[in-house]
Write a protein of this length. Structure first.
Length: 138
């Protein structure tokens, strides 16, 4: 079983089409809406957590792309610079999805990019600017 966080961008022409429900019905992919931002008559952005067999996830992503949805994988949108990080833990306080946690044995901050939804809050919270990359905000 694999998991992947993706940003889906729906342009106004397809924003109101019932597309996402087919992931579970036709492609054996479970999904969880992690965040959504809709600008009526402009575009919608939805972050989905996908889970299922790797081939099912890929077929789901291919289907979405075929329907005109712009799909971006979020795992590498935000990065942690290990050289800059002082392991203060400020970023862990704002991470809603536990992509940043403190290892209680070593007291070091651990980053799990596969959990990251690229909200950008860690970049704001980090006093030494160890977190960088592109957030998904409109």
């Amino acid at each position: 079983m694999k998991s992947k966080n993706v940003l889906l961008i729906f342009k106004k022409e397809i924003m109101y089409k019932p597309i996402i429900y087919r992931l579970a019905r036709d492609f054996d992919t479970k999904f969880n809406v992690l965040e959504a931002k809709i600008l009526p008559k402009l575009e919608g952005r939805i972050i989905l957590g996908l889970q299922g067999p790797a081939d099912s996830i890929q077929k789901s992503l291919d289907y979405l792309t075929g329907e005109g949805v712009i799909v971006e994988i979020l795992a590498h949108k935000i990065m942690k610079d290990e050289e800059k990080c002082v392991h203060c833990g400020a970023c862990t306080a704002v991470c809603r999805v536990d992509a940043l946690t403190i290892d209680r044995e070593t007291m070091e901050v651990r980053f799990y990019p596969e959990k990251c939804v690229a909200c950008g809050q860690c970049k704001i919270a980090c006093p030494v600017k160890a977190m960088s990359g592109t957030s998904i905000d409109l």
